[in-house]
Design a protein around this ligand. Structure first.
Ligand SMILES: [Zn+2]
Length: 241
């Protein structure tokens, strides 16, 4: 479940809901602007067929106009003013994207001020401030390139900084290191030797590294492509307005 902010509610209506053998009149949202938990598109959900018990919770069916999946909206915390019930909080189920966490094991290798900027960016993302979040992510990128370049190259444009990055840090090295670590760790389980056995720590680090390698080679190029397609679409849409 994910809490929907009040600003996302585009339209409300007094709606009759079966209650105590009669009806309760409830002030309920009938149009809610939200990212779809299934396809992540931003759509306006029409909420209809509200059913439940206003002293507990009332839920509504809805359908995503983009992917036709059916998330549920749940209104809770009802209180009565006159003869109308008002819900305090609105939730969408299933929940939207889980909160993001910092990449682990960076404390000793990432500069302190860069960790602070990175933490600030994650916090902005986790409260759903998308425009400030993308700006903060770009700032972290600037921090990464700057702290990796010698002083005389730090004042170039971000484009140039990215282009010269590979001259100063060996971008190939981490991938080679992952490959060799996986190769040698894999030998531990391959030969019967009571002195050299794998355990859960070795196996879980190994599978983490395997994930990174697969992500780097297979998943990242696809994600970059998806992001570039979205940027092109946003620019095209903006130029047509
Ligand atoms: Zn959808």
């Amino acid at each position: 479940m994910y809490k929907v902010s009040e600003e996302a509610v585009r339209q409300r209506m007094n709606t009759k809901v079966l209650y105590n053998g009669g009806f309760a009149i409830c002030d309920l949202p009938i149009a809610v602007s939200s990212h779809c938990p299934y396809c992540k598109e931003k759509v306006v959900f029409k909420c209809h067929d509200w059913t439940g018990d206003p002293s507990k919770s009332i839920s509504s069916n809805s359908e995503c106009a983009s992917c036709q999946e059916k998330p549920v909206f749940i209104s809770v915390g009802f209180f009565q003013t006159g003869n109308i019930w008002f819900g305090r909080d609105l939730y969408i189920y299933p929940g939207l994207e889980q909160k993001r966490a910092l990449v682990s094991d960076i404390e000793t290798s990432m500069p302190e001020n860069l960790i602070r900027a990175y933490k600030a960016a994650i916090d902005t993302y986790n409260v759903g401030l998308w425009n400030p979040a993308v700006v903060a992510a770009r700032r972290v990128l600037e921090g990464i390139t700057k702290t990796s370049l010698p002083k005389e190259e730090q004042n170039q444009s971000l484009y140039k900084q990215i282009e010269t990055l590979s001259k100063h840090i060996d971008l190939e090295l981490p991938i080679k290191q992952i490959g060799h670590s996986l190769r040698t760790a894999g030998n531990l389980g391959a030969h019967f030797d009571l002195e050299k056995e794998a355990d859960i720590e070795i196996a879980s680090i190994m599978f983490d590294l395997l994930d990174y390698l697969i992500e780097y080679i297979y998943a990242i190029p696809n994600r970059v492509k998806i992001l570039e397609e979205r940027i092109t679409k946003e620019e095209r849409d903006a130029s047509q307005q």
